[in-house]
Design a protein around this ligand. Sequence first.
Ligand SMILES: *[C@@H]1O[C@H](CO)[C@@H](O)[C@H](O)[C@H]1NC(C)=O
Length: 434
Amino acid sequence: MARLFLFSFFASLLFSLCFAEIRYSDIRSDDRPIIPFDEFGFTHKGQLELNVSNIQLSNQNPDLDLSKVGFFLCTRDSWLHVLQQIEDGEITCALQSDLIKHVFTFNKLQKGQGKFSVLFPENDADQYTLVFANCLNSLKVSMDVNSAMYNLERNNNRDYLSAGKTILPRVYFLFSLIYFVLAGLWIHVLYKKRLTIFRIHFFMLAVVVLKALNLLCEAEDKSYIKRTGSAHGWDVLFYIFSFLKGITLFTLIVLIGTGWSFLKPYLQDKEKKVLMIVIPLQVVANMAQIVIDETGPYGQDWITWKQVFLLVDVVCCCAVLFPIVWSIKNLREAAKTDGKAAVNLMKLTLFRQYYIVVICYIYFTRVVVYALETITSYKYLWTSVLAGELATLAFYVFTGYKFKPEAHNPYFVIDDDEEEAAAEQLKLEDEFEL
Ligand SMILES: *[C@@H]1O[C@H](CO)[C@@H](O)[C@H](O)[C@H]1NC(C)=O
């Protein structure tokens, strides 16, 4: 588990998730030498629109070399070379390197005007980061930055989604359809097996419906961003459903893990404690996710929130495993002491399988997806989303299939057996009396 934690931690540091869109950011009395803004994958017909206003410099000395202050575009590879050049002493400021693309340097600012606008065409397809560099010591900069990066489609419409992400709205929409179909199937199963269902089966239905709604909102959110550069309120709905989905999914994993309503109608104290840890942590995780998505990497707290999110997520993932382990332990002990070893072994196998599948699901959606995001070229970033969604789908299908309401459900076999055994016992006693 420690290795999992470390790996996913470093993987996420390498990768900074960010959907470029029209972005407003204000910089206040900032003396950071480098401020990264959005990252964006350009096609051969890309454009950057940059409007900066309310520029205020802490030092008004006219002798300042303002060519060392400005915006530029840079790929990740060339950034590493720029750092090397600075280390070798070839240049003293990133803006002097010939590996970057100058967008605007402050020596071009009109006297007395605290603003500028540029429309910068980017025809070399690649993934670029918009960066602000301030190589003057002790110069503090304040400004309002409005930036938009987009690619022009064949009919000259703008596409505000990065090159590797422009098909994401369709991917999300397809998956939301799949989940709606699954929800319909589940209702059908619940109706057909209405005599053998437990309360948890309705809970599972709620989880699937929330997942479908969450994906639908994400599809709408991304398709609005793609066309207009902003989400038009769909992001709010998306966050609400993500939040509900996150909480219900983790609760469901815990409930199934404890065997609630399958094995026993109540929760033990320690199992309730797990829920009391997981649910508030999910609230924190969702808040962190919103801050991360809405601010972009320019904010100073961005990295902090990213780490908070990761830590909380890892804690939640570990916490949900405990109830399953406890159930497995209880079942194993019961199998030893009880006469009904075979039946308990069946339950034990099911819970072991469930444990392994939960671990695989967590590992895949947290670590493998991050790794995929880091190693795939920017053009194929959607593949990591697809992989993550496929893994999630497989997890939902497995859970639904293994814990579906069924007369042949191992739990029912047990209950029937128990009842039969009890009935036989009673009969024997009756006969004895007679
Ligand atoms: C920048 O300014 C131009 C002209 O005022 C405007 O048309 C454009 O929408 C602005 N872009 C952004 C990203 O704010």
